[in-house]
Design a protein around this ligand. Structure first.
Ligand code: NAP
Length: 516
């Protein structure tokens, strides 16, 4: 069957690649869906067009005007939302609730930045802090200013969030006045491509503001010039290639890396079996393991509980996992769909075997019978909970990210031991804490904050209010130190810093007041 070759949008025009392309496949049915290809694109011209045309047009607008553009983009996407759900089901194998995390999560983030930008008003630059006196006299001072960088933002995205991954980066970039070229992961490029197509066809953005290149990444990094930025989300392995590229090493191209992470959930000492805190932990762990079949960079991979509660926690989590129906996302009874493709399916199985060599199986995903799906074709896998009784001796649980519905339960002796075990993740995107004592929760959060981009605390008083361990909210920072890539995204207005250049203007008070 010949499938449609999806066009790229560069240099203000739709252009198809000249090669055979890569076929995107339905991970549940195994059917071909579309092809992507970037062969033969004039990349230097594409980057120049975005930088010069898109950049100049965006910088001519104020923050409030650019916020209006974001709102207009949001309206276009909202009008086509049903199509995005269909594409996600077919290309990502996701059930409706999981599609919502990606599609509606993207729209929500876009809307948040549209509102935030409206509040920045009729300005084209931002002041950073107050004037600082440089000498004895107050007349001569220093004022820091933030200006949109005169370059392009290259967004290189992972396969698991073709919508959210695009808009959580594009919204702050466009609001900052920086044009975007997005390169989605090949496997799930269709949704990103369609969203960009709808926005371009609606004519709501100036030419050059938004481009999409689907297919091979070859040559993209080579185009980057000193004032460009690259925002990467993906594996630590590819991150290392990006970081060592000469554009970064020699041209000082600014880079943000969001990589893999061995996130933790920690039940604090002092909670009993049957306590609300243990129940909240079990609920959240089961949810995190199964949302998007565990293909979330923020998903809980390690679960730490007091030694005495190891069996109770295993039982509580396993009982919830047993209820998860796995299979064809088109079947209304199915709660968890597929992994994204055969390669990921095989990688998850290998990763699971690697972890199992040092662990016991507390809930076996292989026991789940697939609903409405052929096990020989569908890339579906049941959720597996492993257990490691000696978290000090076992190293794999702290090092291996299995990007699927897999987590490992690890008992700890006391609070200090728990912290030491969590820190063996070498820096993570998020840790969640479960307990009922506010003082202990706060103190533990401060202990873990320096090695985590986010600490999410679930106490019984916020049981029905909290936003979820793995949900990335645009108001909060997303990113993590060390192994997580060392990046920072979102966090409200903080996201704009990456797309701005900071400069100190030293002048008389009169000149500084004229800066606006
Ligand atoms: P990946 O294989 O590293 O690919 C990520 C992106 O990089 C894709 O668009 C890929 O394109 C592109 N790429 C590959 N080689 C490249 C190169 N030499 N130069 C420039 N770009 C290149 O990661 P993935 O398998 O898509 O995503 C899964 C991983 O992402 C997981 O480990 C997960 O933890 C991590 N992740 C992290 C976050 C976060 O926010 N921290 C979010 C989501 C996912 P192709 O697809 O064409 O190869």
């Amino acid at each position: 069957m010949t499938t449609t070759l999806l066009p790229n949008h560069v240099s203000g025009r739709w252009q198809t690649g000249t090669g055979a392309g890569t076929t995107l496949v339905d991970p549940v049915l195994g059917t071909p869906l579309a092809r992507v290809d970037a062969t033969g694109l004039d990349l230097p011209a594409a980057f120049r067009f975005a930088r010069e045309q898109g950049g100049a047009a965006l910088r001519a607008l104020s923050y409030a005007q650019r916020a209006e553009l974001l709102a207009a983009v949001g309206k276009v996407l909202q009008a086509n939302r049903d199509t995005y759900y269909e594409i996600s089901t077919a290309n990502s194998g996701t059930v409706k609730n999981d599609t919502a995390v990606d599609v509606d999560g993207g729209l929500f983030t876009l809307g948040t930045y549209a509102k935030l930008g409206a509040g920045l008003g009729d300005r084209r630059h931002l002041l950073d802090g107050d004037p600082a006196r440089l000498g004895k006299e107050a007349l001569f001072q220093s004022q820091h200013v933030l200006l949109p960088t005169h370059g392009v933002a290259l967004l290189i995205n992972a396969f698991n969030f073709p919508s959210w991954g695009l808009w959580e980066k594009a919204a702050p970039a466009l609001l900052s006045g920086v044009p975007v070229i997005v390169k989605p992961a090949t496997t799930t490029a269709w949704l990103t491509q369609r969203m960009v197509q709808d926005v371009i066809d609606a004519g709501v953005l100036p030419p050059g503001a938004l481009s999409v290149i689907c297919g091979s990444s070859a040559g993209l990094m080579d185009q980057l010039q000193p004032f460009d930025v690259v925002s990467f989300t993906g594996s630590a392995e590819t991150a290392a290639v990006i970081r060592s590229h000469r554009a970064v090493a020699q041209r000082s191209v600014r880079v943000n890396i969001e990589a893999d992470s061995i996130n933790s959930a920690l039940l604090l000492p002092g909670e009993a079996a049957g306590s609300a805190a243990l129940d909240l932990l079990a609920k959240e762990v089961a949810r995190e393991m199964t949302v998007k079949s565990g293909q979330k960079c923020t998903a809980i991979r390690r679960v730490f509980v007091p030694e005495a509660l190891y069996a109770a926690a295993a039982e509580a989590i396993a009982a919830r996992l047993a209820k998860t129906t796995v299979g064809n996302p088109r079947n209304e009874t199915v709660r968890m769909g597929a992994l994204v493709n055969r390669e990921q399916f095989n990688t998850v199985r290998e990763g699971l075997a690697h972890l199992r060599a040092q662990a016991e199986v507390l809930h076996d995903g292989a026991k789940h019978t697939l609903v409405d799906a052929d096990p020989a074709v569908a890339c579906c896998i049941g959720p597996t909970l492993l257990g490691v009784r000696d978290g000090d001796a076992a190293d794999r649980v702290h090092d291996t990210e299995v990007f699927g519905p897999v987590a490992t339960l690890v008992p700890y002796r006391d609070a200090a031991h728990a912290l030491a075990l969590v820190r063996r993740g070498q820096g993570s995107l998020v840790a969640s804490l479960y307990g009922s004592d506010a003082q202990t929760l706060a103190a533990t959060a401060l202990e873990l904050a320096s090695s985590h981009g986010r600490v999410h605390i679930i106490s019984p008083d916020v049981a029905s209010l909290h936003t979820g361990h793995g949900n990335v909210m645009p108001q909060s920072l997303h990113g993590g130190p060390g192994r997580a890539g060392g990046g920072e995204e979102l966090g409200g207005q903080r996201a704009l810093n990456f797309y701005h250049r900071r400069s100190a203007v030293q002048a008389s008070t009169a000149v500084l007041s004229a800066l606006g």
